[in-house]
Design a binder for this molecule. Structure first.
Ligand code: FES
Length: 304
C-alpha cells in the first residue's frame, strides 16, 4: 500500500461526518491540490501521464464536444489527419444533436481527454510543468468529500466520568524542556495529557495525529520551539516549526470537515517558558472539555 493510500484509508477510518467544504491548501503545504484540465488545447501527447509517478492521470479516447467546439477552429484545408478528424467530429455532432462525448477513431493521434484521480495525486506539479499546451494547472484546493466519500456517523455513546485524554507532541529541544521546567516550578496543569517527544515539531506527520485520534485521544496538541528558534532551520521559512504551523492550519480544516473540529492545536514555547507551556496545556484541555468526548469513541465502541 502506498503512503497516499494509507493516508486516505486512515482518513476514512477516523471520519465521523461527511465533508461539505472544499479546503484551501496553504502555500507551504505540499502534496495536496486539485489538477484542473482544459481539454480544448490538449494534443493528447500523454507527456503528463509519462511523468506522473503515481498513475493519477489517464487518457480517455473520447472528446467533450461542447468544450472542444468552444475553441477556435482552423478553416484552411483538409490535408492532415487531424483536420480529417475535426471534420469527422463536426459531422458526427451534426448527425446526433446533443452529443456530449464521442469516441476517437482508432489510429487518429492528437485527440483524447485526460482524466485525473484525486485519490492518487500527490500534487507534485510535474504534469503541469511538462504539458506543452498549458492545459493543466494545479490549484491549492482539496476536495475531501471526493476523496473519502459519504461518511456514516457513529452512534453517540454515553461516557461516564469522562476526563479528556490528550496526546501532546513536544519537540525535544524546547517545548519538552518547558514542560520539565513547569514541573520543577511546581506549576499545575491538568494531568490529562500524555507527552510524546519528537526531534522537532516538524517531525509530526498527519498519520501520527490521525493514529492518536483513532486510538481514543479526545484531542492532539503539537508544541515546538518559538518561531525563528527551531533547531532545524531557525528563521528560515522552511524551518520545522514554520512548516508544521502551516500544516496544522490545513489539518484543522480537515478535522473540521470530518467532524473532529477543534480537536487539534499547535503552539510554541521556549525552554525557559514553563508558565507559557502550562497555559497552553490548560487552555487546550479546557477547549476539549467544552467539546466533550471525541465522537470517535462511538466508533471504537462499535468495533470492540
Ligand atoms: Fe523545536 Fe523544531 S526543534 S520545533
Amino acid at each position: 500500500m502506498s503512503k497516499r493510500e494509507a493516508f486516505i484509508e486512515k482518513l476514512r477510518e477516523i471520519a465521523v461526518s461527511t465533508p461539505t467544504e472544499i479546503i484551501e491548501v496553504p502555500d507551504k503545504v505540499e502534496g495536496f491540490g486539485t489538477v484542473v484540465y482544459e481539454s480544448q488545447t490538449c494534443s493528447a501527447c500523454k507527456k503528463c501521464m509519462d511523468v506522473c509517478e503515481v498513475d493519477a492521470l489517464d487518457i480517455q479516447l473520447t472528446l467533450n464536444l461542447p468544450e472542444y467546439l468552444a475553441a477556435t477552429i482552423p478553416e484552411d484545408g483538409f490535408r492532415s489527419k487531424n483536420r480529417e478528424a475535426l471534420v469527422f467530429l463536426l459531422q458526427h455532432l451534426k448527425q446526433n444533436g446533443e452529443v456530449q462525448a464521442i469516441s476517437v477513431p482508432t489510429g487518429l493521434p492528437g485527440y483524447g481527454s485526460i482524466s485525473w484521480v484525486q485519490d492518487k495525486c500527490i500534487a507534485c506539479n510535474k504534469c503541469v510543468e511538462i504539458c506543452p499546451e498549458n492545459c493543466l494547472t494545479l490549484e491549492k484546493q482539496y476536495d475531501l468529500q471526493a476523496v473519502i466519500g459519504e461518511v456514516v456517523s457513529p452512534p453517540v455513546v454515553e461516557v461516564k466520568e469522562w476526563e479528556p485524554f490528550i496526546i501532546c507532541f513536544v519537540c525535544w529541544e524546547c517545548s519538552h524542556a518547558a514542560a520539565d521546567l513547569a514541573g520543577l516550578m511546581h506549576l499545575h496543569y491538568p494531568a490529562n495529557i500524555r507527552t510524546i517527544r519528537v526531534p522537532c515539531s516538524g517531525a509530526v506527520e498527519p498519520i501520527h495525529i490521525m493514529t492518536a485520534m483513532q486510538n481514543g485521544a479526545d484531542g492532539v496538541l503539537v508544541t515546538g520551539c518559538l518561531f525563528d528558534e527551531c533547531h532545524y532551520g531557525g528563521d528560515d521559512e522552511l524551518a520545522g516549526n514554520f512548516m508544521q504551523y502551516d500544516f496544522v492550519q490545513f489539518w484543522k480544516q480537515v478535522f473540521e470537515g470530518i467532524g473532529l473540529g477543534g480537536r487539534l492545536h499547535i503552539d510554541f514555547a521556549s525552554a525557559a517558558m514553563g508558565i507559557k507551556f502550562t497555559e497552553i496545556v490548560t487552555e487546550f484541555v479546557q477547549q476539549i472539555e467544552e467539546l466533550g468526548p471525541s465522537p470517535l469513541r462511538g466508533k471504537l465502541e462499535v468495533e470492540e
